[in-house]
Design a protein around this ligand. Structure first.
Ligand SMILES: NC(=O)c1ccc[n+]([C@@H]2O[C@H](COP(=O)([O-])OP(=O)(O)OC[C@H]3O[C@@H](n4cnc5c(N)ncnc54)[C@H](OP(=O)(O)O)[C@@H]3O)[C@@H](O)[C@H]2O)c1
Length: 219
């Protein structure tokens, strides 16, 4: 499999690149900081420096040509303000989906967030509200496209070791945490299961082995 990962130096992205490389698949990781290239190579992926807030659709489409799937794992990050929630969490996903269509790459996995799809709760701080709005709009954009899309909404991410045990289902699974290791493993398993597509899935830690959770969705 040949996978392009946007936000390639992200914590989930690097884990996914390692999983793909370990089994002989090819990952191309889009990063904006050239200093991150060595980390990406160490994870077994090929780095491409391309800032998703300034890239032109054509240059992004060029990088996607021939890929089997695209994974949007970028995010403005915890230190960012409301403006970058819009330019990264929403607009960069829209740009990537435009490029996927242009390049003829049908499969698109979007890492969204628990809480998307609903208005922010009253009293929510402005940055969190902008984040949820951006994720919601990115999801809506993807659903309107003629792509084999998947929206994955993880709960609160942790760096604990993965357990391989999850709760993965269409909304709503309730609030909870999930390890980044398990999120990467779920993305890999979803990439292996084309029958599960055009679905919005929520993910938290749980008691079901990942392969069983995905088999239940495709059955
Ligand atoms: N934290 C949580 O609890 C939580 C919960 C649910 C969902 N999520 C979402 O899950 C996703 C992945 O999480 P994570 O922890 O792996 O994220 P992360 O480590 O913050 O990685 C995000 C990556 O996006 C990259 N990025 C930002 N702006 C970019 C741009 N203009 N062009 C290219 N790349 C850009 C960042 O690169 P730089 O290093 O150059 O900035 C970073 O490598 C994010 O979308 C996040 O919002 C997070």
């Amino acid at each position: 499999m040949n996978v392009v990962i946007a936000g390639g130096h992200g914590q989930i992205a690097l884990r996914l690149a390692r999983l793909l490389a370990a089994r002989g698949d090819t990952a191309l990781s889009l990063i904006r900081n050239p200093a991150h290239a060595d980390d990406v190579r160490a994870a077994g992926a090929g780095p491409v420096v391309l800032d998703l807030e300034t890239a032109k659709p054509d240059e992004l489409a060029d990088q996607l040509t021939g890929a089997d799937a695209v994974v949007f794992a970028a995010g403005a990050g915890p230190g960012s303000g409301a403006a970058r929630k819009d330019t990264v969490d929403r607009a960069a996903s829209v740009l990537l989906a435009d490029a996927a269509e242009q390049a003829g790459v049908r499969r698109f996995v979007q890492v969204s967030s628990m809480g998307a799809g609903e208005p922010p709760r009253p009293g929510t701080d402005d940055v969190w509200a902008a984040y949820i709005k951006a994720k919601t709009e990115a999801e809506d954009d993807l659903r309107a496209r003629d792509l084999d899309w998947l929206v994955l909404r993880p709960g609160a991410l942790t760096n604990d070791p993965g357990t391989g045990l999850v709760t993965l289902a269409e909304p709503s699974v309730g609030r909870g945490a999930v390890t980044r290791d398990d999120v990467a493993s779920v993305i890999l398993a979803l990439l292996d299961t084309p029958a599960v597509d055009r679905r919005t899935l929520e993910l938290i830690g749980g008691e079901t082995p990942i392969k069983d959770a995905i088999a239940a969705l495709s059955g």
